[in-house]
Design a protein around this ligand. Structure first.
Ligand SMILES: CC(C)(COP(=O)(O)OP(=O)(O)OC[C@H]1O[C@@H](n2cnc3c(N)ncnc32)[C@H](O)[C@@H]1OP(=O)(O)O)[C@@H](O)C(=O)NCCC(=O)NCCS
Length: 158
């Protein structure tokens, strides 16, 4: 499988892919993806296949907590799921994090997103203890602001 850093030429295809991610993923603007490709492409890997993009991860190393890499979006095209694409993309971010000496990858997910919950567990992430449980998933109230209750998952790199 080919994994490449996000490049400006791929922005339209990435937006097309993420447009299919509802109800858990929505595309951001072309300007946002320009920023990601120009400023931190090494933590934004894509999986190109023939003339399209089958998967993407958007992640960024924290400037406030440089030990951390936050994964903002993970998406695999519906026709290409369960083929190890998310695994390969996350592994790419792990390798970059290890090269930088980072200690942790983390991400948030909506507790109803059972596919994501299974994927994060299979990829070695731990569901961080929260203040209550939804569908058996630990969640933290208002983690991303008022009304944005989320399940948090983390993967330690060392
Ligand atoms: C979650 C998502 C990114 C997983 O992508 P993927 O490329 O299919 O994942 P992988 O093939 O790398 O799966 C790795 C492992 O995770 C687990 N897994 C992934 N999807 C699963 C599912 N639907 N049910 C159960 N286990 C699953 C499996 O153990 C899998 O290994 P296996 O296929 O050898 O059993 C994908 O389902 C997706 O794009 N969903 C829509 C967008 C989304 O919800 N993103 C996450 C927002 S937080």
């Amino acid at each position: 499988m080919i994994i490449k850093p996000l490049h400006q030429d791929m922005i339209g295809e990435v937006i097309d892919l993420l447009s299919q991610g509802s109800p858990y993923i929505w595309p951001r603007t072309a300007s946002d993806y320009w920023l990601y490709s120009a400023l931190f492409s090494s933590t934004c890997p894509v999986a190109p296949h023939e003339d399209t993009i089958t998967g993407v991860v958007i992640a960024i190393r924290s400037q406030d907590h440089p030990d951390d890499i936050y994964i903002q979006d993970v998406m695999t095209h519906a026709h290409h799921r369960r083929q190890g694409i998310a695994k390969a993309l996350i592994n790419s971010v792990c390798a970059q994090g290890e090269a930088w000496g980072c200690g942790r990858l983390y991400l948030t997910s909506e507790p109803e997103n059972t596919s994501a919950h299974h994927a994060w567990g299979a990829l070695g992430f731990v569901n961080v203890p929260g203040d209550h449980r939804v569908n058996g998933v630990e969640v933290i109230t208002d983690f991303k602001g008022p009304g944005k209750t989320r399940a948090v998952y983390e993967l330690h790199l060392r």
